[in-house]
Design a protein around this ligand. Sequence first.
Ligand code: ACO
Length: 402
Amino acid sequence: AIDIAKLRGQSGLITMDPGFKNTGSTKSAITFLDGEKGILRYRGYNIEDLAEKSNFLEVSYLLVYGELPTQKQYEKFSKEITTHTLVHEDIKKMLDGFPSVAHPMGVLSSLICSLTAFYPTSLHPNRSEEENNLSIIRLMAKMPTFAAWAFKNKMGHPVNYPDNSLDYCSNFLKMMFELPAEKYEVDPIVSKALDQLLILHADHEQNCSTSTVRIVGSSQASIYASISAGINALWGPLHGGANQSVIEMLEAIKADGGDSKKYLEKAKDKNDPFRLMGFGHRVYKNFDPRAKIIKKAADDVLGKLGVDDPVLEIAKELEEAALNDQYFVDRKLYPNVDFYSGIIYRAMGIPTDMFTVMFALGRLPGWIAQWKEMRENGEPIGRPRQVYTGANEREYVSMNKR
Ligand code: ACO
């Protein structure tokens, strides 16, 4: 452990590590990641096993409480979540205030943050374990409702209320796609594929959004405020927003005649800001195990749904070309989780600017688990240092003399 007391008064010595490339910010027992070997485990269980054999709610329980649930624990957890899927009617007024051009990620983070107003006791720094647990259940329960409502706002359609007779993913899909004039039957292939995608996104140790959740929570801010901040951190194209950027990039390549090699060259050109979206990772330097599973799932799901998406071919060509290109080999740049996920979301009928919302839906239990661990460990407030490079002491000059 780091002896904070010993560090006091040693402000002359600062470790500079921009982007925290090699700085451990915490000890954590949640997710194990070996970037060289391409290993990802939640609480010791391999991601490949969880993606194949488990379901999203079970994985959420595992991440948050540390163990796979027994049948009884699972039933209690699922029932508690379905009990809280409804949201306060006044939240609809807030939703109505957003223009339809509002990006659904902004709507989602705002609605999640608004829970601080609806449940003000969550603001007390010394909340009971019971109160924290209720907040966790509320977040898991209400996030699909908010996510679907953010989509409805964009479409200008009336919102759908949750249907508690359905499982987690089917309920979300129905809230997304049912229209007053048209019943929506949930396709089990779509629901299962979504469940698997959520599992694959559920946690990834100290990434940008998770570190944000922990650092906001370290000031003893409410869990709702912390998760809302995490959603905003996820939004950027270098993080969760990459899934939207990947499809936009693949579409641009298609519109430009489908020459993936040309874009590979652009990505290598240091005078061109273009990067191959969905490629590269701060930690994975061999392959991203999630990308392997998603690539296979993309083939399966599109095949089962009878969807023929030409961008899947472009994506595969691009991957093949990059894997045989010295620039990408030397820098150990491989497809990451976002490279193929958007293609599956699209086949499900989910529009591009909802992709990052889907990521947030999946990452929620990870953020919750990390927030809970940080609080239980009693970690100090996160507060990095800096090396000052600004002006030396100066005399104040009044405005009329400037
Ligand atoms: N295309 C082209 N070149 C790249 C790419 C890319 N996608 N990614 C990294 N590089 C190059 C960099 O230019 C740099 O080259 P240099 O050594 O010649 O200067 C080298 O590879 C190392 O890249 P860094 O940016 O230093 O690596 P970092 O760990 O800081 O960034 C990141 C990782 C942000 C994921 C980066 O690879 C990237 O921008 N990828 C595209 C965006 C993306 O897919 N993000 C999603 C990540 S997964 C997630 O958050 C869920």
